[in-house]
Design a protein around this ligand. Structure first.
Ligand SMILES: [Zn+2]
Length: 323
């Protein structure tokens, strides 16, 4: 997809062997080469596509939206193969160093999710192995970007915007002159992004929702997500998202009986229409929701044996939930 009137960006869609089946990376033309946003996962198929797309051009820099393997998996390869500089936020780099340290100690799982056991979550070792491969985490970051400084290429100036929610280290990039917003996984057209629960941000859904106050102020001509089709109408998509969250929170509150329920019980109730083997992601979402509802005083959390139970508060019984 070439955009003749604005600065030249092109989407590069790469296959990934899980979840959403493909990831959109973006390539921005410069006079002396290209800048790339996200790399795709570390597979031979993706490398072949990149070689074809890039041709003889120089890769000036690679920007990473967040430290998930479908977004940064080939960063090290870009460094080795093209001599590209790798740019990440301080938050992503901290996460990278932490993960490398865990690898050095022989631990291959993502330690930040170990608290999920409190909610009755069993770590899926096979899935963990797919998302925590040693090699991609060995990349050495060249430049740390921050919101304080524009990323200036030859044909663009990108403003990094911290957009926590999908992950604590997530950034979007905004090109003010042209109104192009590179969204990463922050907002997708095709599906509501997973807002990950995390010990680093106790109420990630509140942080996530708050980002749309500032993003809503931007003049946006192209809203470019990292999965699926382009977002046609950003404001309309955001309002659909808010309706979705309101509905989900109301469904969760309605699913909790007087004697309380665990995140597991709630998931099985609210997502009864999904086959049990597909409820893993739903369960993670429910944890994010119950955190949010607890912080907003709609729920009360109490330990019950090994995990937590949730109870509707007086507030939840007195008035309908609003975001
Ligand atoms: Zn992704």
């Amino acid at each position: 997809m070439h955009n003749e009137n604005r600065f030249n960006w092109q989407v590069v869609t790469l296959p990934i062997p899980y979840d959403l089946r493909s990831v959109n990376c973006y390539i921005i033309e410069e006079h002396s080469g290209v800048t790339i946003i996200d790399t795709g996962d570390d597979t031979d198929e993706s490398k072949a596509i990149w070689r074809e797309v890039i041709g003889q051009r120089r890769v000036n820099r690679v920007l990473i939206t967040h430290l998930h393997i479908d977004h940064f998996g080939l960063a090290k390869w870009f460094q080795d193969e093209y001599g590209a500089t790798i740019w990440m936020s301080r938050r992503s780099n901290d996460e990278l160093l932490k993960r490398r340290e865990r690898f050095a100690q022989g631990m291959t799982e993502d330690g930040s999710l170990s608290f999920l056991a409190d909610y009755g979550m069993v770590q899926d070792k096979a899935a963990s192995a797919v998302f925590n491969r040693f090699e991609p985490f060995q990349v050495q970051v060249d430049v740390i970007f921050s919101e304080q400084e524009l990323i200036e290429g030859e044909t663009f100036k990108l403003q990094p915007i911290w957009t926590p929610g999908h992950s604590a280290d997530h950034y979007c990039f905004y090109e003010k002159e042209t109104g192009v917003l590179f969204l990463g996984d922050h907002l997708l057209e095709i599906i509501n992004p997973i807002v990950m629960p995390s010990t680093q941000m106790q109420n990630p859904l509140a942080l996530y929702l708050a980002t749309f106050d500032s993003l809503g102020q931007l003049a946006i001509n192209d809203a470019l997500p990292a999965h699926g089709t382009q977002i046609e109408d950003f404001a309309e998509r955001v309002s659909r998202l808010m309706v979705h969250y309101t509905d989900k929170c109301q469904q969760i509150l309605a699913a909790i009986p007087a004697e309380g329920a665990s995140a597991h019980d709630i998931t099985n109730q609210v997502y009864a229409h999904k086959p049990p083997e597909l409820r893993g992601a739903a369960f993670i979402q429910v944890i994010t929701f119950v955190h949010y509802l607890t912080e907003r005083n709609y729920l009360i959390r109490k330990r019950k044996g090994q995990s937590y139970n949730f109870y509707r508060s007086n507030l939840a019984n007195a008035e309908p939930f609003t975001l």
